[in-house]
Design a protein around this ligand. Structure first.
Ligand SMILES: [Zn+2]
Length: 124
């Protein structure tokens, strides 16, 4: 993944300038990329993909690279727990920052915002 030579922030491959420093990102393939999230930690369980991507976007806005991982992908026979669609992971170095960002974000939402939106999003 490309990273900023000035501050060391990592970005997804579709980003070319550091959001903080405006430095051009340097492409680099870290050996860690081949390891499956060995240094990553779960910071938040999520009820659905919609919420997962919301939180991922909020974290990205704070310069924190996050991964949305669905339990469905690894569940045998599609077994699915209603309350846990998946989880959000961030790099171990950013766990504390990420948790604060997510907590602030969740606290700013209405109490029912994390309920399953699929059920009532089509109500007219
Ligand atoms: Zn930077």
């Amino acid at each position: 993944m490309p990273f900023c030579p000035e501050c060391g922030s990592e970005y997804t491959s579709d980003v070319s300038l550091c959001a903080d420093c405006q430095f051009e990102l340097v492409p680099q393939r870290l050996p860690e990329d081949t390891v499956e999230y060995v240094d990553w930690e779960v910071i938040q369980e999520i009820p659905n993909e919609f919420v997962g991507n919301l939180i991922k976007g909020v974290l990205a806005g704070e310069g924190i690279d996050a991964v949305v991982r669905s339990h469905e992908i690894s569940a045998l026979g599609g077994i699915r727990l209603e309350s846990e669609w998946g989880e959000i992971l961030v790099h171990a170095d950013q766990v504390q920052d990420a948790k604060m960002v997510v907590q602030d974000y969740l606290a700013s939402l209405p109490a029912d915002a994390l309920e399953d939106r699929d059920a009532d999003s089509e109500v007219i």
